[in-house]
Design a protein around this ligand. Structure first.
Ligand SMILES: Cc1cc2nc3c(=O)[nH]c(=O)nc-3n(C[C@H](O)[C@H](O)[C@H](O)COP(=O)(O)OP(=O)(O)OC[C@H]3O[C@@H](n4cnc5c(N)ncnc54)[C@H](O)[C@@H]3O)c2cc1C
Length: 458
């Protein structure tokens, strides 16, 4: 074992969204920082998550646009999907962002340490023969794909990790899990020409979203030829040479060339010395208080290992928060309730704040309004269907915004400001929204809820 080095102000374990954001902000604030990463800087989001999947979704959109060209008077069609070329495009995006991030970290006077870190005390981390000690430790070791008992990953049974590295497009896919990752892959595979079935144990797809959104997504998926089996539980899976057969509770079987398991992500915290350093975990997650402090003084946790939403921008916000807290800035806590969510399937889903059900529980009496994209010029130009749903506390602010339709993810910024600043429909109604944009749909929904609808068909 090597000698102990001069202590850092902050030692960050894990270089994903949460960890690198923390390291960058801490360095900006003049703190001496070490960032430990065993794989690639950027973590899940950059290499196995947000970015590669969204590149695939964009290629999928290009395929759909070409396929639908005639609808717009353009005589285009799709000859075939060249998967190696799609993956080259995807890798190009990832590599450029990876290089950029490496540049940011090296310019930021962060000591970037490659290797696997093991906590040897609440103030020190062993990496190979180095012992890095810090006044503060930030745990940011992230998450990994889960599976179910009796469901072994391998061959035709894959998680999102392997699905991003396929060398051949399957003709048919069963997606087990109708959450965010499941429906995004279902959308990609369908656009690339596969027969797709989504199997979800709960009664609806994207169960964390407002019920109206789940219904609209199911309808849109059915229209796209995606089969949705909700309330259907996995019992067994048996792969053979050419296919995999999925048995549901009750004995029904489905088969496809590929089974994508998208049943959630679990924390990566085992075998890293957390428990022996006295850090309490709960089913592997690291519980924290609102200020992201673990039960051990000086040790923080950020990102996916903290119970709650598993989103890259939550990780960024956690990381920045912790750096500022350590530097003594007393930042406001990052609350899951104000974090925007986007699901990038086709049609896209974007939401922030409370669903109708949650709002009823929290506020009792509420009012809701659904503005149909049928009245929105730009959505009609794009040929998309969907809506903006507002949830308001009666006589009070907007507490939830829920949107579905092509490209509606881009509208979540304004929705977040409205919910975050507790605006009422009457506050938003006088704001002029540019025409013709999909953003107008948000303005029109508020106009209608404020009692002065313009292009709203009741
Ligand atoms: C398919 C998919 C699509 C997604 N799409 C989106 C999206 O569109 N938008 C969105 O907001 N989120 C998305 N996410 C979620 C997002 O990727 C995560 O929320 C985010 O990456 C979490 O960041 P993190 O820093 O907590 O963990 P991670 O990004 O997982 O990073 C943790 C890092 O710690 C390292 N590490 C772990 N243990 C050690 C150790 N002992 N020593 C050294 N290093 C260690 C790992 O190698 C890893 O690089 C997606 C995820 C997946 C899987």
């Amino acid at each position: 074992m090597g000698e102990t080095e001069r202590p850092y102000d902050v030692v960050v374990l894990g270089g994903g969204s949460g960890g690198y954001a923390c390291a960058l902000r801490a360095a900006q604030l003049g703190l001496r920082v070490a960032l430990i990463e065993r794989d690639k800087l950027g973590g899940t989001c950059l290499h196995r998550g947000c970015i590669p999947t969204k590149a695939l979704l964009h290629a999928a959109e290009v395929a759909d646009t070409a396929r639908d060209g005639r609808r717009f008077g353009v005589n285009s069609s799709v000859d075939s999907i060249d998967l190696p070329a799609v993956l080259r495009y995807q890798q190009g995006v990832v590599s450029r962002l990876h290089k950029g991030l490496q540049g940011l970290v090296s310019a930021a006077t962060i000591d970037y340490v490659e290797g696997t870190g093991l906590l040897t005390s609440p103030t020190s981390v062993q990496v190979g023969d180095r012992t890095l000690s810090g006044r503060h430790l930030v745990l940011a070791t992230g998450s990994q794909a889960r599976t179910l008992p009796g469901l072994d990953i391998g061959g035709r049974i894959v998680t999102s990790d392997e699905a991003l590295r396929l060398t051949k497009l399957p003709a048919s896919v069963i997606v087990l899990g109708g959450g965010v990752i499941g429906v995004e892959f279902a959308s990609i595979f369908r656009s690339f020409g596969a027969t797709v079935t989504v199997v979800e144990a709960l009664p609806r797809l994207v169960p964390a979203e407002d019920e109206a959104i789940s219904k609209a997504l199911e309808r849109a998926f059915r229209k796209r030829g995606i089969t949705c089996r909700t309330g259907a539980r996995f019992a067994a899976a048996a792969p053979d040479e050419t296919s995999v057969t999925l048995t549901l509770d009750g004995g029904e079987t489905l088969s496809a060339e590929l089974l994508l398991v998208a049943v959630g992500r679990g924390p990566v915290t085992e075998g890293m010395g957390f428990e022996s350093a006295g850090i309490v975990t709960d089913r592997g997650f690291v519980p924290t208080d609102e200020r992201l402090r673990t039960n051990v003084a000086g040790v923080y946790a950020v990102g996916d290992i903290v119970p709650g939403l598993q989103l890259a921008h939550r990780g960024f916000a956690h990381g920045v928060f912790v750096a500022e807290d350590i530097a003594g800035f007393a930042p406001a806590p990052v609350l899951d309730g104000g974090i925007p969510k986007v699901t990038y399937c086709d049609p896209e889903i974007a939401s922030v704040g409370l669903t109708e059900t949650q709002a009823r529980e929290r506020h009792g009496e509420i009012a809701t309004y659904e503005y149909n994209l049928g009245g929105n010029g730009k959505s009609q130009i794009l040929g998309t269907a969907g809506f903006v749903k507002l949830v308001r506390a009666v006589e009070g602010p907007i507490v939830g915004v829920h949107m579905i339709g092509a490209r509606m993810g881009e509208q979540v910024g304004e929705a977040q400001l409205i919910v975050g600043w507790e605006a009422t429909p009457e506050d938003v109604a006088p704001l002029v929204h540019a025409h013709p944009t999909q953003n107008e749909a948000l303005g029109e929904a508020h106009l209608a809820l404020a009692g002065k609808p313009l292009h709203a068909h009741a």
